[in-house]
Write a protein that binds this ligand. Structure first.
Ligand code: ADP
Ligand code: ADP
Ligand code: ZN
Length: 225
């Protein structure tokens, strides 16, 4: 396997609705490395009715985390693919300390390591308002918000003309539960990565383009090191 010593692996941390998916897609285009979203991977498997999709279904519907062993195996397979040789933007993974430890071991195996972990910081209230207005393109996965980032034509994707939908797990009840799960299981990763010297806090309560500019600056700074 080619060495990945120069590859750029980045984890985006933040609560549900913080803007990880939105920013990861933009970063992926700007940097020319793939976005690896565990939520998207699970949703693809669900759509294709694979064994993995069936395993994940109930957890996703309840707004709970899919068990670590299943999630880690899926990410391991994804990162081993050749398109991740130059790096990847990880969005929605890791979400537990066990996942973070598994990622570290996997990157070491691949001859690489994490370069930086931007934490997109957003208040709980704003998380809820973001999730409540989120619309996604059924065809290309592009993200919209009915108030903050509306499509030109309601219900239609600007990029591909596809149909926009609201995710089944974006009901008020599941949203609140996902935020609770985030505080219990994922928020500990903020200190975990801070202690490793990888964490950089980003104020996520600014416009999509301002957040993007800051992320690109952080990544560029890091690369110079
Ligand atoms: P959001 O964008 O609202 O944060 P995601 O699309 O990242 O949500 O994830 C949707 C669901 O997929 C989660 O609620 C969870 O059930 C499952 N999931 C995604 N990533 C992980 C992960 N790293 N570990 C466990 N479950 C995950
Ligand atoms: P996550 O992947 O962290 O769950 P998303 O990228 O799906 O978050 O964003 C959640 C919702 O908030 C989407 O509707 C998106 O259009 C919107 N959004 C993302 N970033 C911002 C921002 N900086 N300002 C306003 N709305 C945003
Ligand atoms: Zn689209």
């Amino acid at each position: 396997m080619a060495t990945r010593a120069k590859a750029l692996y980045i984890v985006l941390l933040g609560g549900p609705g913080a803007g990880k998916g939105t920013q990861a897609e933009l970063l992926s285009k700007a940097l020319g490395i793939p976005q690896v979203s565990t939520g998207d991977l699970f949703r693809e498997n669900l759509k294709d009715e694979t064994e993995l999709g069936l395993l994940a279904k109930g957890y996703m519907e309840r707004g709970e985390l899919v068990p670590d062993s299943i999630t880690i195996a899926m990410v391991r397979e994804r990162l081993a693919r050749p398109d991740c040789e130059a790096g990847a933007i990880l969005d929605g993974f890791p979400r537990t300390v066990a996942q973070a430890e598994a990622l570290e071991a996997l990157l070491t195996e691949l001859g690489s390591r994490l370069k930086v972990v931007p934490y997109i910081k957003v208040s709980e209230e704003v998380l809820l308002s973001r999730l409540a207005g989120r619309w996604t393109c059924r065809n290309c996965g592009a993200m919209y918000h009915q108030l903050f980032s509306p499509p030109r034509q309601p219900g239609v994707c600007d990029k591909c003309g596809g149909e926009l939908y609201q995710r089944a797990d974006d009901t008020p009840e599941t949203q609140r539960h996902r935020i609770q799960v985030y505080f219990e299981q994922t928020a500990p990763l903020i200190d975990y990565y801070r202690e490793k010297g990888l964490l950089v806090e980003v104020d996520g309560q600014r416009s999509i383009s301002e957040v993007q500019a800051e992320l690109l600056r952080i990544i560029a700074d890091d690369r110079r090191r």
